[in-house]
Every structure is written in C-alpha cells, then in structure tokens.
Design a binder for this molecule. Structure first.
Ligand SMILES: Cc1cc2nc3c(=O)[nH]c(=O)nc-3n(C[C@H](O)[C@H](O)[C@H](O)COP(=O)(O)OP(=O)(O)OC[C@H]3O[C@@H](n4cnc5c(N)ncnc54)[C@H](O)[C@@H]3O)c2cc1C
Length: 390
C-alpha cells in the first residue's frame, strides 16, 4: 500500500490536515490508536481564535460552527473580587473569539472525511515510523491482529503529547523546553446556562477559577487544585461550593448547582520540541508543544501548525517547490513561542503558586492593575487572546 501522506492521530490537528490536503487532491491515510467513539467523547478545548475559524471555513467544515457557535467580543478577568472586562472588539479593531467545543470541531471534521470517502484506520496499534531520514518513509501498524505497512512521501505526526511521532526522532536531534506547574485544573461540565455571557478568569486567594461554556445551555467550569487531586474525590456539591467562594459576589449568587456530565483533572504544562521537522517527518499540534490551558491556545496552536504544514505540502505537490516545507518548523515555532509566552503569562498572573512570597503576589496584582489602567496593555492581552495572525 502506498499513500502520499500518512497522518498519525485523528485529533483536531490530524483531521484538519487531512481535510485541507484532501480538498487539494492529496491522498492521505489517518492512523488513530483509539476508537472513533473515544475520540469523539473527549471533552477538551472550547475557544476558537479567528484564524482557526478562517481555517475551518477554508476546510469547508464551518457551517455548523457558524450556526451553533457563540461569538464573543469580550472576556473578563477578576482579581480578589475586582472585575475587568476586556472589550476584545474595541481593543483589536473588531476581532473576537468563537465558543465551540473541540468535540464538535472533531465531529465536523470526521464526518467531512467520511463523506469524502477518505480512509481512517481506528484502533491502529503499535504504530512504527521508519526511514524518516530518507524520501521513502513508511509506517507500520497492527489492526485486527494483522500487521500492515504503508509507504509514503511524508509522515505527519499529529499524535499528541504522548504519541509516537516525537519519540521516533533520533536522540539528540530534538531540543526540548519544559515547565511543569505545581497544580492542575479540576473541570466540570454541566447542562446549565452559563452564569455570564462571556468567559471569566478569576484569581482568588483560594486559587484560580474559570467560568466557561460550550453552548447557551452547557457550561464548563474549572478550579485550580493540587496536582495529586482525584476527580472522584470531588462531589458536584463540593465543586460548586469551592467555585462559588472564588467568584466575584454577583456571579457566585447566580451559579446553579446542576449535575455534572463529566469531571476530570488536567495537569498544567508548558513544553516545546525544536525543530518540528526531521527529514520526512513533521510534528504538528500537541506532538510538538503543550501550553497550559489559561489563554485557550492549545487547539488554536494545532490549527496554526496545520496552516503552515498544509500550505507547504500543497506547494510541494502542485508546484514542485519545497520552500514552504523547508520553512515549516521556523514559521510554526515563531508563532508557538509567542503563544507559549502568553499562556505562561496568563497562568502566572491568575494562579496561586504554593510557597510563593508576598512580593510575587503583589506582582500579580500589579499586572492586573496595569492591564486595567493602561489601554496598550489591555490591547496587548486582547490581541493575543483573539490570536496572532498566521
Ligand atoms: C484533558 C485536557 C483538557 C484540555 N483543555 C483545553 C482547554 O480548555 N483549552 C485549550 O485550548 N486546550 C485544551 N487542551 C488542549 C487541546 O485539547 C489540545 O491542544 C488539542 O487537542 C491538540 O490537538 P492535537 O490534534 O494536536 O492532539 P490530540 O487532540 O491529543 O490528538 C492526538 C490524537 O493522536 C492519537 N494518538 C496518540 N498516540 C498515537 C499513536 N501512537 N498511534 C496512533 N494514534 C495516536 C490520540 O488518540 C489522539 O486522538 C486540553 C487538553 C487535555 C488533554
């Protein structure tokens, strides 16, 4: 069997890449370790930058997003009960973000792929990538007990942080940068109308809290918790009690206790692997970098990588030029590091760090006051939040 591009992973990065390449007439095979149902049941990101929305439009999968997604032209920050609304539209010349769950993005992309008859192998086990230093790489995998090998021109590793792609690069060829934060987020999803029309990121002496949503009837809430926290130790009641304590007074009184649909703990990490290409292998999305979710950049960065990688591959097949592929790593990393900076800054300002001193706490407050009182500082946050241009 031979394909032009083998994509590993059917998360948003892999599916979006497959869709953009497929529409350009490039033949792809997606290999996914999990079942289709498992991929579609994962609750993750929910805020789409304007560039991500434009890319989904280009991929022909934005019809439901425009119908059901919520366009937000503002976002709120809170510090010890003080509130600050950032008017994203006014601060950026009209831009905003769209609230539409990653699960829905994945479903739209998967259905488009299936409708076009493009192949995906689910439950592909023991994926092995070979000969990436040559122009004839291959990928082997096991499905229904049978071992298969596919030869290809390129391999795109869109297989997340724990995938096989990054680990297939010879030792010493990658440089990695990492910061692990000493806390996680406990998230709760519930069918209740959002407390506020816009997202609220709050720093409180008891820790960070976030009011987010997926639709006009579905809310997603988070509280900062110690790393060792287990979701099953938190009843819904305990979660809502804690969340209420961390919110500004007017908001806490509007919070309704409705049963959770899902509850999970996500650790917070910053991570970058450089470069994002080794020979015929390209890394995209979480396979190459992780951001803490404060700032809502993870899914959007994956889309940014796919923008650069798909245009490089299309240029290769249409024009016989490798200029875009040769610049892929440099262009993607330029944008990745800016999003890493923003996500780190948001995380640093909004969380309570164990063992921190009074000076560090005053610095957090000064950051908040600076954004609240200096328009250029607010504009800087807004421009990063709606997403830097590709
Ligand atoms: C629990 C959690 C909560 C998150 N919350 C937010 C949030 O609120 N906001 C935000 O912006 N971001 C959030 N993120 C980050 C965001 O979801 C990711 O940045 C985004 O999913 C990246 O997409 P991806 O396609 O690169 O990787 P993934 O979505 O991880 O997809 C990778 C795919 O590859 C498959 N795979 C892995 N290994 C193999 C293998 N060896 N062979 C075949 N297939 C393989 C996986 O099963 C998966 O389907 C969250 C992430 C997690 C884990």
């Amino acid at each position: 069997m031979r394909r032009q591009v083998v994509i590993i992973g059917s998360g948003p990065a892999g599916l979006l890449l497959g869709q953009l390449l497929g529409r350009a007439g490039i033949d792809t095979l997606i290999l996914e370790r999990s079942t289709r149902e498992h991929v579609l049941s994962r609750i993750r990101a929910g805020v789409l930058e304007r560039g991500t929305v434009a890319l989904l439009e280009k991929a022909g999968v934005a019809e439901r997003l425009h119908r059901e997604g919520l366009v937000h032209s503002g976002v709120e920050l809170a510090f010890d009960g003080d509130r600050l609304r950032l008017d994203l539209a006014a601060l950026t010349g009209g831009a905003g973000v769209s609230v539409y769950g990653q699960t829905e993005v994945t479903r739209d992309l998967m259905e488009a792929r299936e409708a076009a008859g493009r192949p995906t192998v689910f439950e592909a086990g023991d994926v092995e990538i070979r000969d990436i230093e040559t122009a004839c790489p291959s990928v082997s995998f096991t499905v229904h007990g049978e071992r298969r090998t596919v030869a290809c021109d390129f391999v795109a590793a869109c297989d997340g942080f724990h995938g096989i792609g990054r680990r297939s690069v010879p030792e010493g060829a990658l440089r990695t940068f990492e910061r692990v934060y000493p806390f996680g987020w406990l998230g709760l999803l519930t069918d209740a109308p959002p407390v506020t029309d816009e997202l609220v990121y709050a720093n409180h002496p008891r820790g960070f809290a976030l009011l987010s949503m997926r639709s006009p009837t579905r809310s997603r809430y988070y509280v900062q918790v110690p790393l060792e926290t287990r979701a099953e130790d938190w009843s819904d009641e305990r979660f809502f009690d804690e969340l209420r304590l961390r919110l500004p007074a007017g908001m806490a009184s509007r919070l309704r206790t409705t049963p959770s649909i899902e509850k999970s703990v996500a650790p917070l990490r910053s991570f970058v692997a450089e470069p994002m290409r080794f020979g015929s292998l390209f890394l995209a999305g979480d396979a190459a970098h992780i951001v803490p979710p404060t700032g809502a950049k993870g899914l959007n960065l994956a889309a940014g990588d796919v923008h650069y990688l798909s245009s490089g591959l299309i240029e290769h097949y249409r024009e016989g030029s490798d200029a875009g592929l040769d610049r892929y790593s440099e262009r993607a990393l330029g944008r990745v590091w800016k999003a890493e900076r923003f996500s780190w800054w948001m995380t640093s300002m909004l969380h309570r760090f164990p063992g921190t001193d009074a000076f560090a706490e005053r610095m957090q407050r000064a950051e908040f006051d600076h954004v609240a009182s200096v328009r250029s500082a607010a504009a800087n946050v807004a421009e990063n939040y709606v997403g830097l241009p590709f």
